[in-house]
Design a protein around this ligand. Sequence first.
Ligand code: NAI
Length: 502
Amino acid sequence: MPEKLQDIEIVGIVGAGAMGRGIAQVGITGGMTVRLFDAAPGAAAKAAEAIAAQLDQMVSKGRLADDAAAAAKMRLQVIDRLEDMVPADLVVEAIVENLAVKQEVFRQLEAIVRPDCLLASNTSSLRIASIASACSGRTRVAGLHFFNPVPLMKLVEVIRAPGTSDDAIAALVKVGERMGRVPVVVQDSPGFLVNLGGRAYTQEALRIVAEGVATPTQVDAVMRDAWGFRMGPFELMDLTGIDVNFPVSQIIHEGYFFDRRLATAPLHQLLKESGQFGRKSGRGFFEYGPDGKAMVPSPDAPSSTPPAARVVLAEEDEALGELLRSFGFDVTGFDDGELPILCAPLGEDCSTYAARLQLDHRRLFAIDIAGRLDKRLTLMRAPGGRQDLLDALVARFHEAGRAVTAIHDSPGFIGQRIAAMVANLGCEMAQIGVASPDDIDKAMTLGLNYPFGPLALADAMGPATVHTVLAQLQAITGDDRYRPSLWLRRRALLGLSALTAD
Ligand code: NAI
């Protein structure tokens, strides 16, 4: 490849919509010259005005020096003809998400630009290989996948298609860094990295609600308060828009040939079909008032009865006994036939637990101790579980300063189940080489604002624990959806970190 590749100074951008203008902005603030083109007359000029206004705002907030903003504006050139891309070292395409239209633009670009000019697409759902198939030279074609809004989202996925050269990838990584982004190199696979990795969190949450285990507001509260996520899966889906995240789910599920682990729930489609897209339509999983605030029912179990004083452990469990005592319970090993029976299962539901140990399922209550316990606890019971005993337990936890989410029977509660699915998908992405283990975690934290990457999450729970939760889920539901990744299985068996590369 020509040396020029290492030194990209002129970046052409085709498409001056939401993404194109964001990429242009980080291009000029990164010191490169940007040539911006859009097929719609006046669109590129309008985008240039919007970019200038953004830079002015950055200056007024003290985030950009006056002279730097002026110099950046000088580096932005609006062009009216695609032919004016001739001097470009790289052209990034950010036009409508349509394969035939993108292929046509790449064909035209090949005839215009120098042979050493790189060609990149910002597509989020098409394969780079499909776009590159329209080109005669494929070594210079790659993906450069930014996130919206580009100036605020630090991540950029550099997508390697089967024909892309190492030099082209290296040059794009460098461009990404100059644009102030954090590049990760990703294989040309359905959903690339972040859009694939994000499926587990929301789709498992949907299945939990669809099964009647808990409500969206309960799931969100548990994932925020006990598992440290900044947003619950339902508020997240309402924010991104169900008209966007349902089709993405479908594309990825199909792209992986209907792997059960990637299936979403009919409820997801139902909301899409009914036009309940989330925030943008005033109603999704939640309803939004005129002020844009969600009108969310309380996720907390009420307590108006006297608190339970004594509980019996389902089986010997020192850690659980100690924990319950810290909440003020008198913990006994003797079952008098009246006391609430408490257990802390991993991946097992109350029904299975009660049947296995021949316990009175009406008095059996499970507490999820895998997440954080300082704010909110999850309490689960089998069908027919006694409401009076549950109320008394909730009252005791309230006295100890904890909110309680009371749910119906579910292997892995809410939190273990969603966390195990997030971790398992991260492991699977590592196994099939979507990206390196470190890059998977880096991309998921930057691209989705997760507090930790999926592999770090697997390590925090312990790979063996995650494996146990999934194996139980798979055994109890009989659903291949919970099949543990071989990456996870091997690291669990060998006592290794989930971040251990092959
Ligand atoms: P947009 O609809 O805001 O902008 C697309 C622009 O491309 C329009 O200004 C349109 O006039 C122009 N255009 C259409 N056909 C053209 C052609 N043949 N030649 C030149 N210009 C043409 O779309 P947006 O959201 O900016 O998306 C662009 C691309 O980025 C799509 O491939 C999309 O999948 C991808 N993407 C979008 C993200 C998002 O959140 N909006 C995130 C990541 C990727």
